[in-house]
Design a protein around this ligand. Structure first.
Ligand code: ATP
Length: 270
């Protein structure tokens, strides 16, 4: 099993209430960019959500704020029932280590560590002793049980990303965030990693939130959230690649976005 079902878990994995984030240099109003504008959403535990939108629409900022890597100017972020705000940097780090998993486009594995050492690293940095056989078991589940002692440089891109998925799973996090996790992979490896992510959600109740530019990748999710100009601009349930591509093509249509956003406020119930 990838993880044990944990009855202490909240039924809601992630909640954002009126989250806004503006970048800019103080005293230079012309430099202000509103990256997130009053975004509210609620994601149930055990769901797979894709986040899409044009370049600069706020996808990475949304992920960073939701994962506690950046703090919003306004609004509230709640992960697995716990608020991010009001924590010291040390408390936030501990919170991220214990509750949040990350998968990046460029894998972010340590080249000098073996596959197994990379996967147990988050436990070691948290000062925890890996449960005997646990990381090996997860690596077997992601299809790498026979590559435990390999170095990342000896693996394909798809295999490296599966190591990164195993590393994200090893702490049994409340939410795994992926920033373009299949962006650097060929079609076949991408399919493999996306199927793996979907399996962790379907079979083991993991919650996954993934930013992607690819409608095919997004179609593996249970639903897609669309962002435009820092605002939620729609949601698509049980997405197909063509339906996602169609919505993306019309994201610039302000009236459609406004209609979709008002529908979504009802859909997500916040
Ligand atoms: N650290 C920063 N300083 C200043 N502006 C920023 C910073 N980070 C993001 N922005 C701006 O905020 C807006 C949203 O950026 P963000 O990276 O969240 O978008 P994105 O949808 O992830 O884009 P992409 O698809 O190109 O990665 C953009 O206009 C961007 O230029």
């Amino acid at each position: 099993m990838f993880r044990h079902h944990d009855n202490s878990r909240s039924a809601e994995a992630l909640r954002l209430v009126s989250v806004s984030k503006t970048y800019g240099t103080p005293g230079h109003p012309e430099s202000r960019t509103t990256a997130l504008d009053n975004v509210s959403l609620s994601l149930a535990a055990g769901t797979f959500t894709a986040v899409m939108g044009p370049s600069g629409s706020g996808k990475s900022t949304l992920l960073q704020c939701a994962a506690g890597l950046d703090s919003p100017d306004n609004g509230v972020v709640v992960v697995d029932g716990a608020q991010m705000a009001g924590r010291t940097e040390a408390q936030l780090t501990k919170f991220r280590r214990e509750r949040i998993g990350f998968i990046f486009q460029q894998y972010n594995l340590l080249d000098t560590l073996t596959v197994l050492q990379n996967v147990t690293l988050p436990l070691r940095t948290a000062g925890k002793r890996p449960r005997p056989g646990h990381a090996e078991h997860i690596l077997t589940q992601v299809g790498l049980g026979n590559r435990l002692d390999a170095l990342p440089s000896q693996l394909s891109g798809g295999q490296r990303q599966r190591v990164a998925v195993a590393r994200a799973l090893v702490t049994n996090p409340s939410v795994i965030f992926g920033d373009e996790p299949t962006g650097a992979l060929d079609t076949r490896s991408a399919k493999n990693v996306l199927e793996l992510l979907r399996e962790t959600v379907r079979n083991f109740g993991q919650t996954v939130v993934m930013v992607t530019h690819d409608p095919v990748a997004a179609s593996y999710a249970d639903s897609v959230l669309f962002l435009a100009d820092g605002r939620l601009a729609g949601q698509l349930h049980q997405p197909t690649p063509s339906a996602v591509a169609e919505r993306m093509a019309h994201l610039g249509d302000a009236s459609l976005a406004a209609t979709a956003a008002s529908q979504d406020r009802t859909l997500v119930g916040v």
